[in-house]
Design a binder for this molecule. Structure first.
Ligand code: SF4
Length: 377
């Protein structure tokens, strides 16, 4: 089977962009009548022509989501372990050239943050860090996972790309999901946004989901940073990546997230502004194309947007997030990676989800079940 790099190399940014923009309303109508959808259909649903069918797309996305996932929303919150970073990314508050106070949580501080999340009723935690391999590497993560494992039913991580054997260690330690975003699939633009550090290696990052898949991690989360490049073209390449991975690592589950570039200390303005209606279109397009895909929406989005997107295609939501290490209990004033938009408490978001007739899921999986296969019951 081809590697993703080979698949990726057989397309050009410009040819995909032209195809997206050349799609017509007739193409959109034809796609919306189909029962099953291919990647080529996703391309049509991303087009400017599909904007006039947005209402139809939203209805379809809603019914597909309810059929596949019921009326449930999984809740999680990020736990920022460290803001140390050896990369320069021009859009991020943690960038190495940004003169901020650096902080990496100690064992005691990790537990203080964890207890603050547990007090909100959370059982799903996403561990986040900058990319500082020497000080915040695999050993640090394994220690954090060991500390947190008894307290959470699901641990996910969003840290620097690792080697396959390191993902295997993380998997054995009990990590359920690994998130890694390509940021942008536009290779030339990628170089300009990542001028220094390991992250400037586009190919190494592109290969990362393959290493995660080979390590047998339960779920892989992908996404692009919306605002760096044309969202339609970038999202097509992101879907192409998911499509490839689903065929290659078919036992693995997949999720997609939609980080829209948010203000942060010392960062650039988005080069491409994505409006709410475009994010809605993108979410609907993903859902119609891929009914099994988990779709996650974070507190980067506004209260208004999050309220309205719940019934349409989303399966996972964060709430009450802090994007600074120690933000919940240890050091609430430290500098955040980016400003969140929806600042409501966990309780308020949960109430809202219930009010629209959905079940907020605080705990999707019980650790007791994980021994079932070994016990051969
Ligand atoms: S985006 Fe990640 S790698 Fe880049 S500066 Fe921020 S924390 Fe570091």
């Amino acid at each position: 089977m081809r590697t993703f790099k080979e698949t990726f190399a057989s397309y050009t940014w410009d040819s995909i962009q032209q195809k997206i923009y050349a799609s017509t309303l007739d193409d959109v109508k034809r796609v919306l009548q189909k029962d099953r959808h291919q990647l080529e259909d996703f391309l049509v649903l991303l087009s400017p022509a599909a904007e006039s069918a947005l209402e139809h797309m939203a209805q379809l996305a809603q019914s597909i989501t309810q059929r596949r996932f019921g009326k449930t929303i999984q809740m999680y919150a990020p736990l920022y372990l460290s803001n140390e970073c050896q990369n320069i990314c021009t859009y991020c508050g943690f960038s190495m050239d940004n003169k901020i106070k650096r902080k990496t949580l100690s064992d005691t501080e990790i537990m203080m943050e964890a207890m603050a999340l547990k007090a909100m009723g959370l059982q799903h935690v996403l561990l986040v860090s900058g990319e500082a391999n020497k000080t915040v590497g695999v050993d640090y993560f394994l220690n954090a996972i060991r500390l947190l494992k008894p307290h959470f039913s699901q641990i996910s991580i969003e840290v620097q790309p690792l080697e396959q054997h390191e993902y295997e260690l993380i998997q054995q330690a009990g990590v359920h999901t690994v998130l890694v975003y390509q940021e942008t699939y536009h290779q030339d633009v990628y170089r300009a946004y990542h001028p220094k550090g390991k992250k400037s290696n586009f190919d190494y990052r592109l290969d990362t989901p393959d290493r995660i898949g080979k390590a047998g991690i339960h779920k892989i989360g992908l996404g692009v940073l919306l605002g760096l490049e044309d969202w339609r073209t970038d999202s097509f390449f992101n879907a192409m990546h998911i499509n490839y991975l689903q065929k290659q690592y078919w036992r693995t589950k997949y999720s997609v997230s939609f980080p829209r570039l948010r203000p942060a200390e010392g960062i650039i303005e988005p080069n491409f502004v994505m409006e709410d209606r475009h994010l809605l279109q993108l979410i609907c397009a993903y859902r119609i194309w891929n009914p099994d895909l988990e779709i996650s929406i974070s507190t980067r989005e506004s209260e208004h947007f999050r309220n309205h997107i719940i019934p349409i295609g989303v399966t996972t939501m964060s709430a009450a997030s802090k994007t600074n290490p120690g933000g919940y209990a240890v050091d609430p004033q430290s500098l955040e990676q980016f400003e969140i938009s929806d600042e409501r408490s966990m309780e308020t978001v949960i109430d809202l989800i219930k009010k629209v007739g959905y079940d907020p899921i605080m705990k999707d999986w019980d650790v007791a079940y994980s021994g079932l296969d070994k016990a051969k019951v």
